[in-house]
Design a protein around this ligand. Structure first.
Ligand SMILES: C=Cc1c2[nH]c(c1C)Cc1[nH]c(c(CCC(=O)O)c1C)Cc1[nH]c(c(C)c1CCC(=O)O)Cc1[nH]c(c(C)c1C=C)C2
Ligand SMILES: C[C@H]1O[C@@H](n2cnc3c(N)ncnc32)[C@H](O)[C@@H]1O
Ligand code: SF4
Length: 454
């Protein structure tokens, strides 16, 4: 990939885990009533046919990794576990009270923070509390994020017994200098043990998260990290581009200078090196950041074009309704989005008052719904089409006009009724989406809000 193209297209841009992206949600927010009524509508339309997904945010971590862009709360006090589980179950109750039949659960995902900060017993109490009010779909899929340094055999066995078959471990990078800089000492032996135990217990999809573009990373360190990863043969690998967003409050990125970060060109070399190596090892690029072995269900979902993208990244199964529980969680009813308050204190206070603790949201209008479909298609399948009348919108020609330059640069192929990204253009997928992002186009941000696209 030419470095001039990288320079040209490496601009600040959204990661498109939603459309509209969070900064472009309606400033006025969403009416509590509208939120509830769209959740109920989505539930009525889809609970019997496809079921619903539940995302539970477990925010606590014992130590701060200074590169981390997630919503977390650093503490070593494990006394926070039980009250938090109680509150999440109360919040779930508030939703269940709005449903007129039993929810059928297709997916549960435990994210963080660090779900394995919680004891196995507390995680069991949490999941059993959720399941007490619902039933599982036949083809249910439960997954969780785990920290290799604190995942025990008991965690893995308890969650397996509850139906979890997938997990993902934060690895990030094996180089000691990088690890020291991001305040995260992550020994290979810990990852090896957690991966081996998962396999022995029967997990059928184990994923490792790696990040490129971290401070002090070099081509050699990336090669070494991926070579070590290869020994453990995870079914999936997330290879994230480091998102540098130190201005986001609460994220707490610090501990290194911007000069310690690789330049855009160096970062691209890290990506290309990693991608090539992953390919040689048999991993296939599924979508932005995500690689899987052909035996993994995510790969099959890509082949059958059933891949979906939401706030968790890519998933193999789509549900119309995703209920997000816990502080900072985002829920999606297809017609609207809503996000919970971002501190544990506010979250607990609101739930205890019997209020679903959202603080902002967005009701999608007709245009949003069409654009959202195009962006999902591009992010999940690297192509979209406007052959069907419902996929057309008045500004379509202007959007295509914006893509002319990318077309000349060989990054997108536009035909009469659709467009496609050639394989080599996949790193530029966010740039293509940006041409369709009418809310961004109409309202260019005046301050930095997004990470760089490449
Ligand atoms: C597992 C941790 C999480 C990752 N993403 C999210 C979580 C909980 C969800 C999330 N993080 C941010 C937002 C935007 C809304 C907000 O509340 O601020 C959401 C929905 C903040 C954020 N995190 C990253 C960035 C670049 C931002 C800013 C907004 C944006 O540019 O989209 C970085 C980041 N977080 C995660 C990944 C994988 C990642 C970058 C690759 C995980
Ligand atoms: C859930 C996963 O998200 C990734 N992750 C967390 N913060 C960032 C960031 N700033 N940039 C890129 N990836 C990040 C880590 O790899 C983690 O394991
Ligand atoms: S990377 Fe994981 S363990 Fe580290 S601060 Fe972020 S959420 Fe916590």
């Amino acid at each position: 990939m030419g470095s001039n193209l990288i320079q040209k297209y490496n601009i600040a841009g959204p990661r498109y885990t939603s459309y509209p992206t969070v900064p472009f949600w309606d400033e006025k927010g969403i009416d509590y009533k509208d939120w509830i009524s769209t959740v109920k509508q989505a539930f009525r339309e889809s609970n019997t046919t496809e079921g619903i997904s539940v995302y539970i945010h477990l925010p606590f971590c014992e130590n701060l990794c200074t590169f981390c862009g997630c919503h977390k709360r650093i503490t070593k006090q494990h006394g926070v576990e039980e009250p938090y589980v109680e509150t999440v179950l109360k919040e779930w109750n508030l939703y269940c009270n709005e449903f007129d039949t039993k929810p059928r659960i297709k997916e549960i995902h435990l994210g963080g923070g660090t779900p394995t900060f919680f004891s196995a017993t507390n995680l069991e109490r949490l999941i059993n509390g959720i399941l007490a009010k619902s039933e599982k779909c036949d083809d249910f899929e439960f997954s969780f994020e785990a920290h290799p340094n604190n995942t025990t055999k008991e965690h893995l066995q308890t969650l397996y017994n509850l139906g979890f078959r997938r997990n993902s471990f934060g690895v990030q990078d094996y180089d000691l200098k990088v690890q020291k800089t991001i305040n995260r000492i992550q020994p290979f032996e810990k990852v090896e043990e957690a991966t081996r135990l998962s396999r022995e217990i029967g997990y059928n999809s184990i994923s490792h998260d790696l990040v490129f573009g971290l401070p002090h990373q070099t081509k050699e360190s990336i090669i070494d990290t991926i070579t070590k990863t290869k020994e453990l043969k995870p079914d999936r690998i997330a290879f994230y581009s480091y998102a540098h967003v130190p201005w986001i409050k609460g994220v707490g990125q610090r501990g290194y200078d911007e000069k310690d970060l690789p330049t855009a060109d160096e970062k691209r070399v890290l990506y290309e090196t990693g991608k090539q190596l992953l390919g040689e090892l048999g991993y296939v690029e599924i979508g932005m950041d995500h690689f899987a072995l052909p035996t993994d269900s995510m790969h099959k979902a890509m082949e059958t074009k059933s891949l979906h993208r939401n706030f968790m990244g890519y998933t193999a199964g789509k549900t119309q309704l995703m209920v997000g529980l816990g502080m900072s969680s985002i829920s999606d009813s297809w017609y609207s989005f809503a996000q919970n308050v971002k501190t544990v204190e506010e979250y607990t206070e609101l739930v205890n008052r019997g209020v679903i603790p959202i603080f902002r949201g967005h009701l999608l209008n007709k245009e949003d719904l069409v654009i959202r479909k195009h962006i999902l298609e591009i992010m999940c399948h690297f192509e979209t089409s406007w052959e069907k009348e419902e996929m057309k919108f008045p500004e379509l020609n202007d959007c295509l006009e914006k893509l002319k330059e990318m077309e000349q640069d060989g990054l997108v192929i536009i035909s009469e009724n659709g467009l496609k990204l050639p394989e080599h253009a996949r790193p530029f997928v966010r740039n293509v989406c940006m041409a369709f992002d009418l809310r961004l186009i109409r309202n260019k941000p005046s301050t930095r809000i997004f990470s760089m696209t490449i």
